[in-house]
Structure formats: structure tokens, C-alpha cells
Ligand binder design. Sequence first.
Ligand SMILES: [Mn+2]
Length: 356
Amino acid sequence: MELPSYHGIIKNKMNFNNTRINWRSVHDVVDGADKIMLTTHENPDGDGLGSESGMYHHLIDRTAEVRIINYSPLPNEFEYLNRDNIFEEYNKSEHDQWIKNVDLVIIFDVGDYERIREITSIIEKYNIAVMNIDHHPHPNKNKFKYNIVDLSAAATGCMVFDYLKVARSGKPISKDSLEGIYTATMTDTGCFRFSNTNNKCHEIAIEALSNGIETHKIYQNIYENSTKSRMKLMGYLLTDLNFEMGGKFAWFMITQEMMKKANAVKSDVEGFSDMIRSIRGVEVALMIFQQDDTNCRINFRSKGEIIVNDIAKKLGGGGHAFAAGAIINEALEKATEKVVSLTKASINNQLNQHII
Ligand SMILES: [Mn+2]
């Protein structure tokens, strides 16, 4: 049954699904838990990791047991958030024993619940209460006991900031927490450049700087840490860029062969679609990444005129209006054909509507 659209607390299911969030009620739930696990999606980004770290450093002083357990390992560029070795990579035999007695799992920035991968099995097996804190759209009918969604938040980290303002009732947010929250905000706004950047993002930046956080070092850790392989790969894709629709639509492929030639790994692929979107005249950038012979990951970035998440949704994925993605279970050629023609049709459609 679909829940009514006014949300709030419905029976014992909390559902702030893009409605005004009562952080006090959220706090009551979190504060009532003695054993909390924090997690985020596979291939985690600065927002997921920063949100976890922001929340962790708050909870560690007040919750009996709290751990961050992620499906994927911590990417190198975020190692600075891991001074206290707070990030653990999920391992069934090592973690399930602990997870099964957890009171509350908080998932950050997940977009789609399935993106915590295998961790869903243990959660469901022991029927553990899950809180979703996210700025991606979720249906009202979802697997979360507590669904806390704010689509207007530039980053999930901004929601953690909101939460801590209430949860700490006036006590300042710690420097360690702010480092995570700043990381989340900076990365999800493309360093305060994207259209989602709002006052709160800059308030977070001010608070981080006031607390002595060296924001330029965070930037350097994440963005001036490119591997040589990544640069090589960039060279390959730049020589093979495709422009369509008078240059409004740019797309490129990353094949397994290119990966091999560049000696690149998965994490080297991040950020390319943002880069291609930055080209003058390009409204939509699309990456098609051949993960293996039967499987491609696609990634859309839009400058803000063209909505791209409905194309991603059609292909079984999702995301934000202007930044979305999907996995297509097809070989590269077929996947490319499909996604390029769908995207062209969608852009055409939207441009025609704009004219009228
Ligand atoms: Mn995010």
C-alpha cells in the first residue's frame, strides 16, 4: 500500500520523504540505540564517507558501540578521514556476529538500498531497524523503518549537519565531525560550483574554517591526487569523444582495452563525466564504462537544462535530476546503442517542450 503523501510519523514507521524533517524525532530514535552501525553505498564517494565520519565522531561519545562498516574499501584519497581507523570493509565472517545484535543501521547517501550489496542479507535476516538518511529520491514504499529524505540538500552531509545542530542542542559540532561534513559538501557540490550549492554549503565551509580545518588540504587530498593511469585514460577518452545534436550531447566510452592499456583501476574512472560536461555548449555528458563483457556502467551529467535521471530510471538506475546513472546488463556495443539513442530522444523531447 502506498503511504499518504503528507508523511510524518506513520505508526512506528517514520517517513520524512522530502517533507519537513523533525530532527528531534530522528534524534530520539538515534539516541535510543546502544549499538549503531553506519554504512553507505558501494564505491563510496566523499558524501557517503564524509556523512559517516561526521556522524561517527558525534556518536562515539554517547553511544555504547558504533562502527562504520562499508561494502567497499576506503578509496585512497579519503584516507585522511581515517586517522582513527574508523572505516571497515565488510567481511561476512568477521562482521555478521556483531551486526546481528545492532539496534540501528544508518545508511547514508545510498540512492538505492540495494547499493549496500551483500550487507542487506544480514540486515534482513535479523530484521534490524534501518534508518535511511539521503538526498536522493526514494519511494514511499521502501524497506526503511526510518526514511529521512531531503531532496533539497546539496549533500547528505548537509543533513548530518542539520541533525547535529539539533542533536547536540547548542554544543558545537566537533572538528572531526566538521571535517567529514565539509568533505561531503565540497565533493557533492563540485567544490561549491554546481547548481545545488546553497547558503548552507557555505555556512558549513565557514564553520569548518572557523574550527581550523585546512580546507585546501582536503581539496588536495581528493582532487590533486590523480594517478598517472587516470591521466593516461583521460588522454584516450579525450581523443575519442563523440559530439551529437550540435554539440549539446557529448558521450564517450571507457573500454576494458583502454583500462588495460592505461593500467587503470575502477577508481581511476571517477569524475570524467563532470569534466566532459564542462565543455562549452555541452548540456549533457554521458560515460559508458565497460565493466566486463556483459555489463556496462553509465553515468550522466547535465548542466541543468536537461533532466537525466528519467533516462537512467528507464534503464533500471536512478539518481538526481542532473546527475544520474545505471548499470546495463548488455555488451558494450548494444548498451551504447541503447543509451545514446534513448538520451538523444529524451534531449530532443525536453528541448521541444522548452520551445513551446
Ligand atoms: Mn550525495
